[in-house]
Design a protein around this ligand. Structure first.
Ligand code: KIV
Ligand code: ZN
Length: 393
């Protein structure tokens, strides 16, 4: 029987760490609503010990969507960070404390300048403390892919015995390659199943060598139960494994991976657009799944083949990932329907009817003054309208 893979989205934590990607409270809530529509299992909402603003944003997200989506936030292995996470997520239905601490010699020597035993003990103490607050605790062995296997395993064994319910194995600097990372996960999985088969094994891959998606899929093939990903692959440096790529990799090749996610794939495009609009960080045109050219066919041979049967050159349909198969050009002649479609395509909510009418009037005024209204005009209209009217549409 195929396994369900748990999807943790960390766009609001690892993604938001990216220079230029800082979001305000309203934007974070907007994003969290979209992640709920996308049906992710867990949202990593931030790093509450980092600032008052981050703490409040995590708390607001936990209140807004925490009744339907699991909520976590990041803590270093210190009490004050763990307290901040607990206080910010405790109102969610399914709160999870996420603790991170390095396991590689580089981290131990250069970052902590402490012995292996002392760092391991810090991790164990942190987990024991977190367990006094909440039942679910994830432990991330930072820089796992550059760690000595036996030390990595003794850390995992010790924190599981201390009560960790999820072990997350990060390829923090994107150093791993698929065969090797898969092998690492297989070895950990074998021992973990013998130690405590209820503990969830998770992976978190970075894209420094362009292999985050491949490493994540290889980990799934080798027994990982959970993946940490971001929309558009946004994240530190070259980014994280992209949610849309891993999810569609599993969907299109489900028979090979014998795994699936509960992601609502028709929301993928909208999620990607929303991240682009909110952060201002564009997706490359040839990006898999969500790039502008992902479903564009230009060569005559391909077009001919497609006209005979789409399957000739299509492994998934644009509709399956929520991409438009047709383009609607907005002008002063466009009606409410087309405008509403454009606003919703960006991930904005249009349910406030009266308010939408005001927004539509603004659109018509703008459309009268120019030939075509582009996506960036619509985005400006919506965000400006919200500031002026102080509303949610
Ligand atoms: O890349 C990393 O190691 C992280 C951890 C906090 C999981 O982001
Ligand atoms: Zn990371």
């Amino acid at each position: 029987m195929n396994r369900q893979i748990i999807v943790l989205d960390t766009t609001l934590r690892d993604g938001e760490q990216v220079p230029g990607a800082k979001l305000n409270m309203q934007q974070k809530l907007e994003m969290a609503e979209q992640l709920k529509r996308l049906n992710v299992d867990i949202i990593e909402a931030g790093f509450p010990a980092s600032s008052r603003g981050d703490f409040e944003a995590v708390q607001a997200i936990a209140k807004k969507v925490g009744d339907q989506v699991g909520i976590t936030a990041l803590a270093r292995a210190v009490k004050t960070d763990i307290d901040a996470v607990y206080e910010s997520i405790k109102l969610a239905q399914n709160p999870l404390i996420h603790i991170v601490l390095g396991t590689s010699n580089i981290h131990l020597d250069k970052k902590f300048n402490r012995s292996k035993e002392a760092v391991l003990q810090m991790g164990v103490d942190a987990v024991k403390y977190a367990k006094t607050l909440l039942p679910h605790v994830q432990y991330s062995t930072e820089d796992a892919s550059r760690s000595e296997f036996e030390y990595l395993w003794s850390t995992i064994e010790a924190v599981v015995k201390a009560g960790a319910t999820m072990i997350n194995v990060p390829d923090t600097v994107g150093y791993a390659v698929p065969e090797e990372f898969g092998d690492l996960i297989r070895r950990i999985n074998e021992r973990l199943k013998n130690l405590n088969d209820e503990v969830i094994l998770s992976v978190h891959c970075h894209n420094d060598l362009g292999m985050a998606t491949a490493n994540t899929l290889s980990a799934i093939k080798n027994g990982a139960d959970k993946i940490e990903v971001t929309i558009n692959g946004l994240g530190e440096r070259a980014g994280n494994a992209s949610l849309e790529e891993v999810v569609m990799g599993l969907k299109v090749r489900e028979a090979f991976y014998q795994s699936y996610t509960n992601i609502q794939t028709t929301e993928l495009h909208r999620s990607s657009r929303l991240v682009t609009y909110l952060t201002g960080l564009d997706v490359q045109v040839n990006k898999a799944i969500t790039g502008e050219n992902a479903f564009a066919h230009s060569s005559g041979i391909h077009q001919d083949g497609l006209l005979k049967d789409k399957q000739v050159y299509e492994i998934m349909s644009p509709e399956e990932v929520g991409a438009d198969s047709m383009e609607l050009i907005l002008t002063a002649r466009s009606g409410r329907h087309a405008f509403k479609n454009a606003v919703e395509r960006m991930g904005f909510d249009t349910s406030g009817n009266e308010d939408f009418e005001k927004l539509f009037e603004r659109f018509l005024a703008l459309a009268d003054s120019k030939k075509e209204v582009y996506d960036h005009d619509v985005f400006y209209l919506v965000t400006n309208h919200r500031t002026v009217e102080n509303t949610s549409v």
